[in-house]
Design a binder for this molecule. Structure first.
Ligand code: HEM
Length: 420
């Protein structure tokens, strides 16, 4: 009886303490005219609910507080906007103090020169350097032949497997294929070391930035240091060899005739940016495309027909060229439909560089704004039966500008890079 009373008393005090802490945290952010919403726990905010519940967290908060609400996510006070008009305003007004604003953990781990962290002239330099690596000439002469070669050998190994874990295979594929574009001649143990460190780095970028032993953040920081060491050794080896390399690292390191000369630190950040940007996005798109095609045999049949027709025109070992890829209209429709239905990117993050008024609210300097675009993909005004996988919806004769417009709506400004 005595122990039960102590336990009840302890629980009571704990509940009181927790509610006082939550209340205190709410009061801290109630000083200015901010949109409605909850701020959760000090430091952690509502990160756990956000990461665990994903889109359900957003839907629930929207039901309670409307399309423009406040929260505290990944270590930052954040406004979430699910309002199309406000989203458009935010994405178009970088000059008014709304710059890319990825979480501190991401910036710390991806490096100070990575494209998400730099603005103005540094952003132009890093962006120009990246675009020069994926120009149509580079695409034709280097990227596509290497992707073709990599995919043949990667898929060739699957025939020996009894079960294929599609998630695992897609993740490996996305990483290894990017790495083969960056540095084509790596020894297997080095590739493995790189991969292990990279996977830790990815987890670290999506963590609360608490630098204590055992935290994902600390592991991510350490992984980034290890990747820097591996890259520096590789770059030194290449400098010492005096050879010319025709992979992305080779082009980034080129000193003569390089329109975008970068320092060694910038090169390392650029390499990590390329690996990181293409990793979750490409692996999830590939995995979901495989799932949708498996579930929709008619679409799979149409896709096979398109690919086999191209194959028939070529010798067995002849690689695909750019014209072949451009002619894959149904394949492109499958990719668009997969990106729409699976919503590969839920939204983009911006940061206020000064106090700003948006929609009658005063948003303090340094707050994050999460432009949450996911719901557009399921808008019945834009898509008939939006929850159905129907690649044929992209085959009707709508102009390219319309398609691009719809995609831009889906992913914010993301396709600007690819479009250019
Ligand atoms: C399905 C595939 C992809 C999707 C859905 C996607 C989506 C996006 C989105 C939404 C943004 C905008 C971020 C913002 O404005 O804050 C973006 C930017 C960016 N993406 Fe992609 N991406 C994909 C593939 C890739 C790949 C393969 C690369 C690697 C080269 C890449 C590199 C970048 C870079 C460097 C930026 C920053 C551009 C800038 O700041 O100007 N993306 N992407």
């Amino acid at each position: 009886m005595g122990i039960a009373m102590v336990m009840i008393g302890f629980l009571f005090v704990l509940v009181l303490l927790c509610s006082a802490l939550l209340r205190w945290n709410e009061m801290r952010y109630n000083k200015t005219n901010l949109p409605p919403g909850t701020m959760g726990w000090p430091i952690f905010g509502e990160t756990t609910e956000f990461l665990k519940q994903g889109p359900d967290f957003m839907r629930n908060q929207r039901l309670r507080y409307g399309s423009f609400f406040k929260s505290h996510l990944l270590g930052c006070p954040t406004l979430v906007s699910m309002d199309t008009e406000i989203n458009r305003y935010i994405l178009k007004n970088e000059s008014k103090g709304l710059v890319p604003g990825y979480p501190q953990s991401m910036l710390d781990i991806l490096g100070t020169c990575n494209m998400a962290a730099v603005h103005g002239s540094s952003h132009r330099l890093m962006r120009g350097s990246l675009l020069s690596l994926i120009s149509s000439t580079m695409m034709r002469d280097h990227i596509l032949p290497k992707v073709d070669y990599f995919m043949r050998s990667y898929l060739g190994q699957w025939s020996e497997l009894e079960n294929v874990d599609i998630q695992d295979k897609s993740k490996n594929m996305a990483f290894l294929s990017s790495l083969s574009q960056i540095a084509g001649n790596l020894r297997k143990p080095l590739v493995e070391e790189f991969k292990n460190e990279f996977f830790k780095l990815v987890v670290g970028t999506l963590s609360v930035p608490i630098d204590l032993p055992g935290t994902n953040y600390r592991c991510g920081i350490q992984a980034r240091k290890n990747i820097d060491r591996l890259l520096s050794e590789l770059m030194q080896e290449r400098k010492d060899s005096g050879e010319t390399f025709t992979d992305m690292l080779g082009y980034l390191m080129k000193k003569d005739d390089n329109r975008y000369p970068l320092t060694d630190e910038e090169i390392r950040d650029q390499v990590v940016t390329i690996l990181y940007s293409g990793y979750e996005t490409v692996s999830t798109t590939s995995m979901m495309a495989l799932k949708y095609l498996h579930d929709h045999p008619k679409a799979l049949e149409e896709l096979r027909r398109e690919h086999l027709a191209i194959r028939e025109r070529k010798r067995p070992d002849e690689p695909l060229d750019l014209e072949d890829v451009k002619s894959m209209k149904f394949t492109r429709a499958v990719i668009f439909e997969t990106s729409r239905l699976a919503t590969i990117v839920n939204g983009v993050l911006r940061k206020t560089t000064r106090d700003l008024e948006i929609n009658g609210y005063l948003i303090p300097k340094g707050w994050r704004i999460y432009v949450y675009t996911r719901e557009i993909n399921y808008d019945t005004n834009l898509y008939k039966d939006p929850l159905i996988f129907n690649p044929w919806r992209w085959m009707v004769s709508i102009s390219w500008s319309h398609k691009t417009h719809v995609l831009c709506l889906e992913v914010g400004q993301g396709f600007a890079l690819e479009r250019n």
